[in-house]
Design a protein around this ligand. Structure first.
Ligand SMILES: C[S@@+](CC[C@H](N)C(=O)[O-])C[C@H]1O[C@@H](n2cnc3c(N)ncnc32)[C@H](O)[C@@H]1O
Length: 87
């Protein structure tokens, strides 16, 4: 999902700016995506940091971040889910 307030187009700028301050190794860092909206900022850091915390007062953001940020386990039995969706 993208909309006018999304920071998607600023992604590489945000990542490089933060790394220029805290360093390239983010593996022990906790990233807090305040006013997360679409969650794109936290998502850009998810694979590199120890943990992402996201907040937003809107339900749309809760739903998106529940999926993009909280969901971190590989889906096993993909075929089973695809089968159920196709019923
Ligand atoms: C510009 S948008 C989201 C930007 C986000 N970084 C992105 O790239 O999608 C700002 C967000 O701030 C949230 N927001 C505004 N006031 C807030 C508040 N007091 N507490 C929590 N979230 C708030 C809005 O719901 C909105 O999703």
């Amino acid at each position: 999902m993208n909309y006018i307030g999304s920071k998607h187009k600023l992604s590489s700028f945000i990542v490089s700016t933060i790394k220029s301050v805290v360093g390239d190794d983010l593996s022990n860092k906790i990233f807090c995506d305040i006013f997360a909206g679409t969650g794109i900022v936290g998502r850009n850091f998810k694979s590199e940091v120890k943990r992402v915390i996201a907040n937003d007062c809107e339900y749309y953001s809760y739903v998106l971040n529940k999926n993009y940020i909280e969901n971190h386990k590989e889906i096993k039995n993909k075929e089973e889910y695809i089968y159920k969706l196709n019923i």
